[in-house]
Design a protein around this ligand. Structure first.
Ligand SMILES: [Zn+2]
Ligand SMILES: [Zn+2]
Length: 248
């Protein structure tokens, strides 16, 4: 699947003019390998505190954070780079549906600015697609983002640790609790046998990578599978964070 992404990238470079996907300004110099120009990238609005220290969602006006209350204990920290607006949505769309895996480099560059506690040994784990969806798309968008981010952060990427047993419909209008039920059991993890996969051990910090955070249900369920396999510390990072409907 990585070969398919590489082939698509070559085709893009042959046929696409070096112009910004979002504003069509010409890309110059070292930006010609990019898809989005620096001006458009600066328009992406970073997600900033005050937020729930655990899930990174802006603090609720009253009461405890409901978004992460049901998460598995090992999933202790989730952050997103930018709000899914101001061109960031179009960038994700190009990655997922536009056959443009090369844009992952732009998304990963935005994620690279997110600060996570640095562990002794960390490994990036992209959220997998179900096999049918992977065949349709030709590549896993979280996988190409993780590959770019792995190069920037100098961390190994473990692609075959998690398996998605079924694809779930995106239902943004659901409450966090219903979303969790909707993705329950959607992932399984291989054993965390040291030495079998780069960076994988029980003591490693697992950093889940996804393109978009909506209610966190997908990350929580993937974390549950890793936790059941014995992972003790799990973080999650996404490029975009959707502004979810008010569910209270
Ligand atoms: Zn632009
Ligand atoms: Zn929270």
């Amino acid at each position: 699947m990585r070969n398919r992404a590489a082939a698509l990238e070559t085709i893009e470079q042959l046929f696409l003019p070096a112009e910004c996907l979002l504003c069509h300004a010409l890309l110059a110099g070292r930006d010609t390998r990019r898809i989005v120009c620096p001006v458009c990238r600066h328009r992406w609005r970073p997600v900033r505190p005050p937020w729930c220290e655990r899930c990174g969602q802006p603090e609720p006006h009253f009461g405890p954070c409901r978004l992460c209350a049901e998460w598995p204990a090992a999933l202790t920290l989730v952050r997103s780079a930018v709000w899914l607006s101001d061109g960031a949505r179009e960038a994700v769309h190009a990655l997922k549906y536009g056959g443009m895996p090369r844009i992952a480099e732009d998304l990963a560059a935005a994620i690279a600015g997110v600060s996570l506690p640095t562990g002794e040994a960390s490994v990036l784990v992209p959220i997998p697609l179900a096999p049918k969806r992977l065949r349709q798309r030709g590549y896993n968008q979280s996988d190409v983002v993780a590959a770019s981010l792995g190069r920037m952060w100098h961390l190994p990427v473990s692609r075959d640790l998690l398996t998605r047993t079924r694809e779930t419909a995106t239902q943004t209008a659901l409450t966090p609790e219903t979303r969790l039920a909707n993705v329950a059991g959607a992932f399984t993890s291989r054993p965390l046998t040291p030495g079998r996969r780069p960076g994988v051990s029980r003591d490693a910090t697992y950093i889940l990578i996804d393109d978009v955070f909506t209610t966190g249900a997908t990350l929580a369920e993937a974390a549950r599978a890793l936790e059941q396999a014995g992972a003790r510390t799990i973080y999650g990072v996404t490029f975009g964070r959707a502004v979810i409907p008010n569910f209270t």
